[in-house]
Design a protein around this ligand. Structure first.
Ligand SMILES: NC(=O)C1=CN([C@@H]2O[C@H](COP(=O)(O)OP(=O)(O)OC[C@H]3O[C@@H](n4cnc5c(N)ncnc54)[C@H](O)[C@@H]3O)[C@@H](O)[C@H]2O)C=CC1
Ligand SMILES: CC/C=C\CC(=O)/C=C/C=C\C=C\C=C\[C@@H](O)[C@@H](O)C/C=C\CCC(=O)O
Length: 256
């Protein structure tokens, strides 16, 4: 898929990995809709992107992935202004073990809410043009981290939801591909403050292995997302992204 003229929606786009995804899409010719709850950071990013790429290439809208109302309004505005939704990156996420219900609501509920509403615009069976969805899970979505059980559960959920949607889309001819990336630690504000967010498991802070390995740069995650968007053969893929590169994860088949 060439990105020229395509329209991408990115959640949690104001900073960190979402910002890097937005930038790489713009560099490759797409129009990008930046969605985030952090309005000052989102507006500031939009200003910077306007200087680099021009005002007509991006939009910022304040949108919480916890709110059906916000999501419906943001996606309708996207279609009204840019004409379509071709790419969706469900990237927004938090880690707050003390507020596990909010962690579930954003990390897993947000992915499901956004996807189902975006499908109303993208699904070929309801008049859309198809496209591709890439979700941000984590290595914790494949191998649970002992210091954050609720976060790990949400990220396992994102992997399962993506794989099931990929299969459902193929079987139902939605014309939409679904893939998921699972990065190890990435150098963002999220990771810098993560040690304060383990709640009742904060005593396990030092128990994780491989702490000496470098954190990834957000741009490395964005490059992986770009590959999954552009390669039309990729559907239902789960990609583990670590310091040694990317690895396509395989799962047991035919268990039921
Ligand atoms: N940084 C890391 O080490 C890793 C992060 N991840 C995942 O990558 C994703 C992005 O993380 P980072 O860029 O590191 O975090 P970040 O904290 O730098 O950026 C996350 C963005 O999401 C936004 N956000 C939070 N709640 C929201 C909501 N309800 N609706 C819309 N936007 C909301 C924030 O305002 C922020 O701009 C998350 O899903 C995270 O779980 C996965 C693996 C490693
Ligand atoms: C613990 C991170 C939780 C979630 C982020 C995520 O989705 C994936 C993280 C992947 C790897 C985590 C590695 C953890 C390494 C250990 O060093 C921890 O003890 C780090 C804890 C806080 C780090 C603060 C910092 O490095 O600045």
């Amino acid at each position: 898929m060439s990105l020229g003229g395509k329209v991408a929606v990115v959640t949690g786009a104001a900073k960190g990995i979402g910002k890097a995804i937005a930038e790489i899409f713009l560099q490759n010719g797409a129009k990008v809709v930046l969605l985030d709850v952090d309005e000052p950071a989102g507006k500031s990013l939009k200003y910077d992107l306007d200087q680099q790429f021009g005002e007509d290439r991006s939009l910022f809208m304040k949108c919480s992935v916890e709110s059906d109302e916000d999501i419906k309004a943001a996606l309708q505005s996207t279609v009204d202004i840019f004409g379509s939704i071709d790419i969706l990156c469900n990237n927004a996420g938090i880690l707050k073990e003390d507020d596990w219900e909010k962690t579930i609501s954003i990390n897993l509920g947000g992915v499901i809410r956004m996807t189902y509403t975006a499908l109303e615009h993208m699904n070929k069976r309801s008049g859309g043009q198809g496209g591709v969805v890439v979700n941000t899970s984590s290595v914790a979505g494949l191998d649970p981290l002992l210091s954050c059980p609720a976060y790990s559960a949400t990220k396992h959920g994102v992997v399962a939801f993506t794989r099931a949607m990929a299969a459902a889309s193929s079987a139902s001819e939605y014309g939409i591909r679904f893939n998921v990336i699972c990065p190890v630690r990435v150098q963002t504000d999220f990771f810098s403050s993560v040690s304060q967010n383990f709640g009742r498991f904060s005593h396990l802070l030092g128990a994780l292995q491989k702490s000496s390995e470098r954190a990834l740069d957000p741009s490395e995650v964005a490059e992986c997302v770009l590959d999954l968007v552009m390669d039309e053969m990729k559907n239902g893929e789960t990609v583990l992204l670590s310091q040694s590169g990317k690895k396509y994860v395989t799962f047991p088949q035919n268990l039921w």
